[in-house]
Design a protein around this ligand. Sequence first.
Ligand code: TMP
Ligand code: ZN
Length: 406
Amino acid sequence: MTDCRICGSPIAPFMTFGQMPVANGFLLPEQFDSEYFFELAPAFCSACNILQIIDQPDPSKMFHENYAFFSRTSKYMQDHFAKFAAKVCGSHLTDYDDPFVVELGSNDGIMLQNFADAGIRHLGIEPSENVAEIARGHGVNTISDFFDEMVADRLIAEHGLADVVLSANVMCHIPNLNSVASGIAKLLKPSGVLIFEDPYLGDIIKKTSYDQIYDEHVFVFSATSVANAFAPHGLKLVNVEPQKTHGGSMRYTLALDTRQQTSTAVTNCLARETKLGLSSAATFERFRENCETSRHRLTRLLGKFRDENRRVVGYGATSKSTTVMNYCSIGPDHIEFVSDTTPAKQGKFTPGTHIPVKPYQDFISDYPEYAVLFAWNHKLEIIAKEDAFRQSGGQWIEFIPSVCIS
Ligand code: TMP
Ligand code: ZN
């Protein structure tokens, strides 16, 4: 038993994924012996309806000057953030003379660059110095820090209040969400809005995409839990918009002015979540069983291919794949290497399971028989550009929403 990070009620895990390393902790052989592990165990709080992991490594172990995740690696995501920024400009910045936009966890500036290019006053707050530096190189004003109430005070003194606070795939990373929410409430103008998007609990339950649960994702949100978590800070959920990104995400708009109307999308979404049982313990029990079935099928398939000496590689050394590989005990005897386009990951080994990560060139220069689609959330983009792999006789191994060969 421990206390819910949001409301303080007692919570207990409904399953465990076992011992896990840091999801983005790609490492070298000399680091194998000192690798850090923690128990990855999710719990559901029946008081505020939020899903969270019980233990999380210290943030400094996850977000640092060698952080390995760079948002710009996907063309689809670049287009997505260009559209996101255009929508914010069109819907929320039209009435203002000199608007100010703040993004929490702005990574390499993939979203804010759109505001910078349009000459809009902006500031990114990004704790990992290496990715922050890339953002600056793209003309995006960025400070390296973990946002909280104290940082909000400093920003207000230096820049004034913000019209919009944005974040994408970041809010679910923040364990001290209460401090961050009250910092956002301080930082916003009275007419200001908070708009953020994260992987959506409804999709994770529906697709058994358990790999969205890893150290960085301390929370998995639903509209119900977002409404509950932000209301005590004076932020009201006024709109929700489903997104295709990261295998199914939700974009939430919250207003400081609680007189703002709640959209019918919110009302419908909250009703749908009740119907789907997103606040019911039985749903999480079923999810646990589905995870176990998925693990059994994937390990059986990869074990068979190993015994038949098939050439299997991984496609995309994603953060999510750390959960899959460690939960399913997938190692170098199953997978020869994982192909990834991120230079910072190449030449290193996957966290916990120690499979070599190699450049994309190694994949295309000698196609394997099978490729495990770890970057399944980028499936459409990848399948379209990897036609030659299929033409060579290669096949994909997928495991979300279910284990199959395609
Ligand atoms: P993500 O699922 O967290 O966005 O991470 C995707 C990872 O997959 C990232 O390390 C980059 C890699 N990747 C490729 O290697 N090739 C690709 O075509 C895409 C889209 C991603
Ligand atoms: Zn709670």
